[in-house]
Design a protein around this ligand. Structure first.
Ligand SMILES: CC(C)(COP(=O)(O)OP(=O)(O)OC[C@H]1O[C@@H](n2cnc3c(N)ncnc32)[C@H](O)[C@@H]1OP(=O)(O)O)[C@@H](O)C(=O)NCCC(=O)NCCS
Length: 186
């Protein structure tokens, strides 16, 4: 099912300044996404701590989105279901926009929309990521308490950011990254 607001930000924009549109990814997009992630993050992506999280806890492919500009694939985002301290949520990433299509709003649309769709499911309470404050905090992400979330590898604690409808959660949440559903299994 396609969420109602998963549409162009500016459907009437002329082609030369076409705004990105979003849709859910399909298996046909797998190669595009693999190539884009290689281009955006390089070979070092496999050493990133977020990659280790995705090795342990599979992404949810029903929360993978593709951005397009004039029908050309331009960006991608993934979500990984996790829990922290007995609270279920998701880790956002990788988020990437192809260099030919940057600064058109695709990255922010992808982050905002995938977060909205995930939280509307009602099964999780937060979306955490490791990223730049200047990019994500204006979108609603908040700094977390440094060191409170335990990752399976090194992270810069100042880049651990959390989005939640509960604006107290970012500074309260603590514990290791664990499987989604940990609260029910405890
Ligand atoms: C970061 C990225 C996804 C942004 O994609 P995008 O589609 O260009 O993003 P948007 O068009 O929504 O936003 C662009 C704006 O964000 C700014 N921006 C981009 N990356 C930024 C960053 N790391 N920190 C702060 N601002 C950033 C741009 O300068 C631009 O500003 P402007 O609107 O004032 O010109 C893209 O540059 C990319 O794929 N980078 C490589 C991979 C990466 O770093 N991913 C994010 C991991 S946390």
């Amino acid at each position: 099912m396609i969420a109602p607001s998963l549409v162009s930000a500016a459907p009437s924009a002329p082609p030369q300044s076409a705004a990105p549109t979003l849709r859910f990814a399909t298996p046909d997009d797998d190669q595009f996404v693999a190539d884009l992630q290689e281009l955006a993050f390089g070979p070092g992506r496999f050493a990133r701590t977020a990659y280790r999280v995705r090795e342990r806890f599979q992404i949810d492919p029903t929360l993978s989105l593709i951005a397009e500009v004039d029908g050309v694939r331009s960006g991608s985002v993934w979500m990984t279901p996790i829990s922290i301290g007995g609270i279920d949520g998701w880790m956002l990433g990788p988020l990437a926009t192809h260099p030919d299509f940057r600064k058109r709003g695709a990255g922010k649309m992808l982050a905002i929309e995938v977060t909205r769709i995930a939280l509307e499911r009602g099964t999780g309470s937060f979306v955490v990521l490791v990223g730049d404050r200047d990019y994500y905090c204006p979108l609603g992400w908040q700094p977390t308490t440094p060191g409170a979330i335990q990752w399976p590898g090194p992270v810069d604690p100042s880049r651990v950011l959390l989005f939640s409808d509960d604006k107290t959660l970012a500074t309260r949440i603590k514990g290791p990254i664990a499987p989604f559903g940990a609260a029910q299994q405890a």
